[in-house]
Design a protein around this ligand. Sequence first.
Ligand SMILES: [Zn+2]
Length: 82
Amino acid sequence: MFGKKKQMINAILDTDIEVLLKQTGQYEDLINEKLICKCCGTIISIENIGIIIPVNAGEKIYLEFFCESALCLQKYNCENGK
Ligand SMILES: [Zn+2]
């Protein structure tokens, strides 16, 4: 099940992650290693992004990230998988 989700996300990464991050103003954060996993605090890079969560913050949307660690994916699924 995780595998399936990961594949889907990887498909997004290949095409849209850069565009997405530029839209939210977080692309520089990725380059500067300022994006961290919301669960474990690991620095997020293109290679270890597990889940991307768009968060609506008033007028702006920003992205939160979970790394690809099984524990973090499990935590995300526990909190959000219903
Ligand atoms: Zn993590």
